[in-house]
Design a protein around this ligand. Structure first.
Ligand SMILES: Nc1ncnc2c1ncn2[C@@H]1O[C@H](COP(=O)(O)OP(=O)(O)OP(=O)(O)O)[C@@H](O)[C@H]1O
Ligand SMILES: [Mg+2]
Length: 314
């Protein structure tokens, strides 16, 4: 099944195209996944990056969405383009600057909505506003609602020590990705190479971020498998009464499994995770990176995800 990611935010210059170009390169070259980038940005920054840098095997499409027509037109167009791209890809990633004239339903076309944000108070306020206006998408009970992953970008060393994510109030629960750090390398590599090959803080932090996205994808795929198993069990509830009892029990337990492995976590849960992380840090000497992540309010399970150990229950 193709995994579809929408990289979006309303703010300009937060790093959508930088993350998009580098993530698809990582999926294709490091993960050996068939990957398509759909660049919906009229400036074509992410598609140009891929087209001029050394070839990593990504299918690149610079397409347009009729965003200014508003309503459902962009959704119909997006569906057509996605349907075409998913035929040949394991991953389809779309780079889009969000506009409020677009219907939030567009996000339902995706498995994951990835929102890059820088961590100044003013930027986080804007991100919070964007999430608030679309909270009905992420709060909805629909099984096919997308996972929401917020990624701190262009993070400066001094910002790593702040706990701004725990101070800012957010209207919806979300997963917080490891931060991608600010560095001149990100600008220098445009159309020349990829962050995954850079041996500085930016490259290192990008790798952690990319691994977390991969782990979140695995979680979502496991949930989807669980959901189809549940559907299969439900459709089998028709035989004898004892069969019916067995099937109903299986259905209930698989639904519970789904709840336990939920990809979302609450703000309260995040607070609890932070406290646990702090307690853990007091007992174990942490590396510089894990210190900076927990000070950004990044919960322990995301850190586990970024280390590639996804089997733990949250
Ligand atoms: N981690 C980083 N470190 C340093 N500079 C960065 C980083 N990420 C992005 N930039 C720079 O920030 C600027 C904006 O980045 P980018 O184009 O990726 O953002 P965007 O959100 O796609 O912008 P737009 O809304 O205009 O499409 C670019 O000059 C880019 O080189
Ligand atoms: Mg862009």
């Amino acid at each position: 099944m193709t995994f579809k990611i929408l990289v979006t935010s309303q703010k300009g210059g937060v790093g959508k195209s930088t993350l998009s170009a580098n993530l698809v390169a990582y999926f294709s070259r490091q993960m050996q996944l068939k990957t398509t980038l759909i660049d919906w940005d009229p400036h074509g920054s992410s598609s140009n990056w891929l087209l001029h840098a050394p070839n990593v095997g990504v299918v690149v499409q610079h397409l347009s969405l009729p965003v200014d027509q508003g309503g459902n037109r962009p959704i119909f167009e997006a569906r057509l383009q996605l349907r075409h791209a998913t035929k040949t890809s394991d991953i389809v990633l779309c780079d889009l600057t969000w506009s409020d004239s677009m219907a939030g339903e567009l996000m339902y076309e995706f498995d994951m909505v990835l929102v890059p944000t820088s961590v100044s108070e003013i930027e986080l306020g804007a991100t919070s506003g964007f999430l608030s206006r679309n909270r009905w998408v992420f709060d909805s009970a629909a099984a096919r609602r997308p996972m929401l992953l917020v990624c701190p970008t262009r993070v400066l060393p001094e910002q790593l020590a702040s706990n701004i994510f725990t101070k800012q109030r957010f209207p919806v629960s979300f997963m917080l990705a490891p931060p991608v750090q600010e560095s001149q390398t990100a600008r220098d590599l445009y159309e020349r190479g990829f962050l995954m090959d850079s041996e500085d803080v930016c490259g290192f932090s990008f790798l952690q971020f990319a691994q977390a996205v991969c782990a979140a994808r695995e979680m979502r795929m496991a949930q989807n498998n669980q959901a189809s198993k549940t559907a299969a069990v439900a459709s089998n509830i028709h035989a004898t009464s004892s069969d019916r009892f067995a099937s109903a029990t299986a259905l209930r337990s698989s639904l519970l499994d789904g709840v336990l492995s939920s990809a979302q976590y609450s703000i309260l849960g995040r607070h609890r995770q932070r406290k646990l992380a702090e307690a853990e840090q007091q007992t174990t000497p942490a590396t510089d990176t894990s210190k900076s992540m927990s000070s950004l309010g990044i919960p322990e399970f995301i850190k586990r995800m970024s280390r590639g150990t996804t089997s733990a229950k949250f």
